[in-house]
Design a protein around this ligand. Structure first.
Ligand code: PLP
Length: 406
């Protein structure tokens, strides 16, 4: 055979990847525990007794993490966005009016997904890096006959948290709306009580709070939403892969939908197992204590946080880059010299440091704050690095959990 396309010159991975892996302290993906990495290296049959036992446990642990007794917990082979699209494709029918609360980039993505499945989104923009208030949402709900609302718990893009999520969800339910929540960066880092708050779909990715791998995601539908929009539907959703009825064959009926990403599901199993071992209250406390200590350290350096405390997300911290300093230069210096990676932002002049899953460990905070402060100085910022490190130490030492004590 004559090869029309020649064999490409390929550089082996070992020459592409850095000798020393970067500490991933950005907005995700985050570092994964050894048990998750080990599980991710295994391939088993996607059907059969072994996989059935794994799936049963993933669902059971998912119910704990989502705080729901719903029987409709399922995974999806795809990014967090695929889980968002699965929730929307199954709960929004053509012509449904949907109120999309938009705090930033990811909440707007849900509005776009609503229009792609032929729903009719109304965008409620929340400006100035603020959380959505119950009053504002209530006023908007009173105007229209909405079938659903979408909102994000934590808006990773600008580090705003919708702290009133529970009250908004309950109120929207009273208006007859289904409530679809993106908890991609927040699940298992802060409270989300799906059943108590009457949320109808919760979406998460693997690569953030759960400290698993990207590309395998988890979501839950309430029994109410399942009965109202999925079990009794009269039309088929546009997406075959994301059809919840078909997915149910795999997740609840031990049969085939598509070949599940077995290694990623095994990784997710281990990530969830570690969440269960830690327990949610302790995990929330660890995240809060670590994030607040890091925030205090950053402010003691002399830098400003983007979002005021009452609207601020703890899972991802947004730091204002001083005017004469380049965010790109700071990030490049951190990666090259300190082997610590953080994130830039979506058009905002901020740098973002994650506090999700394994990122929220005292040793990672010390390394990151030092690398950040000294890279800021190298980039031309004038700040007090010893004061920042001392404040981090002081703040962490007040909290036994953040230090790893049991
Ligand atoms: C809040 C939020 N929603 C959705 C997504 C989309 O997740 P993915 O990139 O895995 O599709 C992200 C990713 O950063 C996110 O932070």
């Amino acid at each position: 055979m004559v090869e029309a396309i020649r064999v490409p010159d390929i550089v082996p991975l070992e020459h592409i990847l850095p000798d020393e892996p970067l500490l991933m302290m950005g907005a995700g993906p985050v570092p994964i525990p050894a048990a998750v990495a080990a599980a991710n290296s295994i391939v088993i049959n996607h059907l059969g007794d072994t996989m059935n036992q794994v799936i049963a446990q993933v669902k059971e642990m998912g119910r704990y993490v989502f705080q729901t007794s719903s029987s409709h917990v399922m995974g999806v082979g795809g990014p967090g966005s695929a889980a968002m699209e699965m929730a929307i494709a199954n709960l929004v029918h053509p012509g449904d009016k949907v109120l999309c609360i938009c705090n930033g980039y990811f909440s707007k993505r849900m509005a776009e997904m609503v229009s792609r499945v032929r729903g009719e989104p109304t965008l409620l923009h929340i400006d100035n890096n603020e959380s959505a208030s119950v009053e504002l949402v209530q006023r908007e709900l009173a105007k229209g006959n909405y079938a659903a609302i979408t909102l994000v718990q934590g808006e990773t893009s600008n580090t705003v948290c919708n702290h009133s999520l529970g009250s908004i969800a309950r109120m929207a339910h009273e208006h007859g709306c289904l409530v679809i929540v993106d908890a991609v960066c927040t699940l298992s880092t802060m409270a989300l009580d799906m059943d108590a708050w009457q949320v109808d779909a919760v979406i998460t990715g693997g690569q953030k709070g759960l400290s698993s791998i990207p590309g395998v995601s988890l979501l839950a539908f309430s029994e109410h939403a399942w009965a109202k929009k999925i079990a009794s539907r009269s039309h088929q959703p546009y997406h075959w892969c994301l059809d919840a009825q078909l997915a149910d064959q795999f997740w609840n009926q031990k049969s085939y939908h598509y070949t599940a990403p077995v290694s990623g599901i095994l990784a997710l199993h281990e990530a969830l197992r570690l969440v269960c071992a830690e327990t949610l209250p302790r995990r929330f406390a660890r995240h809060q204590q670590c994030s607040e200590a890091l925030q205090a350290g950053i402010e003691a350096l002399g830098l400003a946080l983007l979002v005021p405390k009452q609207h601020r997300l703890n899972s991802v911290i947004g730091i204002v880059t001083p005017d004469h300093v380049s965010s790109d230069v700071v990030r490049a210096h951190m990666s090259r010299v300190h082997k610590v990676e953080i994130s830039g932002a979506f058009g905002l002049n901020i740098l973002r440091i994650g506090q999700m899953g394994e990122q929220s460990r005292a040793h990672n905070l010390f390394r990151t704050l030092h690398a950040f402060g000294s890279s800021m100085q190298a980039g031309g910022a004038s700040l007090d690095l010893p004061a920042g490190m001392a404040e981090l130490e002081r703040s962490l030492s007040r909290h036994a959990i953040a230090q790893g004590a049991s």
